[in-house]
Design a protein. Structure first.
Length: 184
């Protein structure tokens, strides 16, 4: 078990996969179970808010306000001398770090509900974290997993990229929802 209350993100993925494959009845069963499991819980991981919006659509956009207006999730940090805003993976007022995957989730979720302003804002926050890399002689860009090592991320190498973070950057910059295979 990933968290002490389960690993619901995988079930959101299953819902999305079933919907894409036209298995609406199975998808609806998963969604109903997730609603029962999560709707009464507070202080969930960030992706249990953003991914539900990405998978379930506009009826769930109110979940974005939970993390947008809660400074335990939404953070403003200084990075390379500039203020940058994004999201931490969970509610913790003491942590001054950004989970860059989650900032991408949120940008994509905002695009998916038609909030282009917030979607662009968070997608553009990512630009501050691009690092130059040379991999097998090829010049490229990368993005680390988090903005710094605070909050249990001492394992993150801030000079290297992370595949999922780069994927969410690409999704956000292209207004793409990977849980519905749609661009906005």
């Amino acid at each position: 078990m990933h968290e002490d209350y389960g690993h619901h993100e995988g079930n959101i993925d299953c819902y999305a996969a079933f919907k894409i494959c036209g298995e609406d009845l199975l998808a609806e069963k998963i969604k109903n179970w997730l609603d029962k499991e999560l709707n009464e819980k507070e202080n969930l991981p960030l992706d249990l808010y953003s991914w539900r919006v990405l998978a379930f659509g506009k009826d769930y956009q109110h979940l974005l306000n939970i993390v947008e207006y809660d400074f335990r999730f939404r953070k403003i940090i200084t990075h390379n001398g500039k203020l940058v805003m994004g999201f931490f993976h969970g509610p913790d007022i003491k942590i001054n770090n950004l989970w860059l995957d989650g900032t991408g989730h949120m940008a994509c979720a905002y695009f998916s509900v038609g909030d282009i302003y917030r979607g662009n804002f968070y997608a553009n926050q990512y630009d501050q974290f691009l690092i130059d890399r040379v991999i097998q002689g090829v010049k490229c860009k990368a993005i680390p997993y988090t903005a710094n090592k605070e909050g249990g991320y001492d394992w993150v190498d801030l000079n290297k990229g992370f595949v999922s973070t780069c994927a969410w950057y690409i999704f956000a910059k292209n207004r793409f929802n990977p849980l519905k295979l749609l661009s906005y």
